[in-house]
Design a binder for this molecule. Structure first.
Ligand SMILES: Cc1cc2nc3c(=O)[nH]c(=O)nc-3n(C[C@H](O)[C@H](O)[C@H](O)COP(=O)(O)O)c2cc1C
Length: 358
């Protein structure tokens, strides 16, 4: 494959995808200020390499919630994968299995579980919509426990769908995110959407939304660890511990939900401080390089998650592209650990970085 880094894969994905699908993959909400900040945040952090440390063996492995992982890079959940590649969730599931990556799945991986090609370690995503009563929660939990799921990832930042202006301008039909984009006609036009993404819709929901009590109930209903995804503040990091989460992910949903919340790498230190080692803190958002991962680990993340990078790989080459992206990121991380004089994850701490200008 010609792409040598995540950005090359992004260029290729953009070429291969319908522009409307590309916008759905790449875009953020409103002014995309957060999208910008997720990347810019990393540029403010500088690595302080240490020399003459023996790094002839570099070990990127870790144990996360009892799971032995070869490297601290996980696959984030991403809806709408069929817009980028047919049966996208299964492509990612097989790639995760092959590359031994922990996969946070949106669901629908029964085929790979049966084939035995799914990742050994996978977490099931939920947004809490199905956890409205105890019976439903129990049946959800029993089903995934029986399937061999290793954890439940509760996304907490999508109680209202944000204003995604690329989708509004493109008149993207919401259901195309599940079915994939229809073919364009001879004039190059997509069919007119029946329920296009719109502006000016007041946020209201027919039934109550999940709360911290929902998290506590979910934790009580299962022996699986519950991981809360979408934490941006010290206060909520602390609450995750109080309400029984076994880990949290500092995340702003890849800048696709609330705008103007700042980059996740900027939010990471306050969450790490508040959690104070009681549970692992993970982070995602804007990771494109091994050095980005190194910086996140230095600021206290136990592991990082990625979405767009593997989606670029999938849009370009399906399963093989996903595998190549994770391989590139893993090797970039290992290489930069070698260059920085930190041969294993235990030796990475805050002293490895400084903030530009400070
Ligand atoms: C196309 C797309 C779909 C996504 N769908 C979901 C989703 O269904 N649930 C969720 O919790 N996060 C979703 N996310 C957010 C990611 O899980 C993740 O938090 C974020 O994209 C990480 O930033 P990155 O894309 O810069 O790596 C989605 C992201 C993208 C790009």
């Amino acid at each position: 494959m010609d792409p040598v880094n995540v950005f090359d894969f992004a260029t290729l994905a953009k070429k291969r995808l319908d522009p409307v699908a590309w916008d759905y993959l790449e875009g953020g909400s409103e002014d995309e200020q957060t999208l910008h900040d997720n990347r810019e945040g990393f540029k403010k952090i500088i690595i302080r390499p240490r020399v003459l440390v023996d790094t002839h063996k570099i070990d990127t492995s870790l144990t996360l919630l009892g799971l032995k992982l070869d490297y601290p890079i996980l696959f984030d959940p991403a809806g709408g994968k069929n817009c980028f590649f047919p049966n996208g969730e299964l492509e990612v599931s097989r790639a995760a299995g092959k590359s031994k990556t922990l996969h946070i799945t949106n669901g629908g991986i029964e085929a790979t579980l049966q084939e035995g090609t799914a990742a050994e370690n996978w977490w099931q995503l939920t947004t809490g919509g199905i956890l409205t009563n105890k019976a439903q929660t129990r049946s959800f939990v029993r089903r995934i426990e029986a399937q061999g799921c290793k954890g439940i990832c509760l996304t907490v930042d999508i109680m209202h769908v944000s204003q995604r202006e690329r989708e509004i301008h493109n008149k993207l039909e919401r259901s195309w995110c599940e079915t994939g984009l229809p073919k364009r006609d001879a004039a190059g036009k997509l069919p007119v959407a029946k329920t296009p993404w719109k502006a000016g819709i007041l946020p209201s929901k027919a039934s109550p939304l999940p709360t911290w009590e929902t998290l506590a109930e979910l934790c009580a209903a299962t022996s699986l660890p519950v991981i809360v995804k979408g934490i941006m503040t010290a206060e909520d990091g602390d609450r995750c511990v109080q309400y029984g989460a076994k880990a949290c992910i500092v995340s702003n949903h890849g800048a696709r939900q609330q705008d103007s919340v700042g980059g996740t790498i900027e939010a990471l230190p306050e969450v790490v401080r508040a959690v104070n080692g009681r549970i692992p803190v993970l982070m995602d958002g804007g990771i494109r390089r091994g050095t980005d991962i190194l910086k996140a680990l230095a600021l206290g993340a136990t592991a990082v998650c990625i979405a767009r990078p593997y989606l670029y790989g999938m849009a370009s080459f399906g399963q093989a592209g996903v595998e190549r992206v994770i391989h590139l990121l893993h090797t970039e991380l290992a290489l930069n650990m070698g260059l920085a004089g930190v041969p294993n994850l235990r030796s990475i701490d805050k002293s490895l970085v400084r903030i530009r200008g400070l």
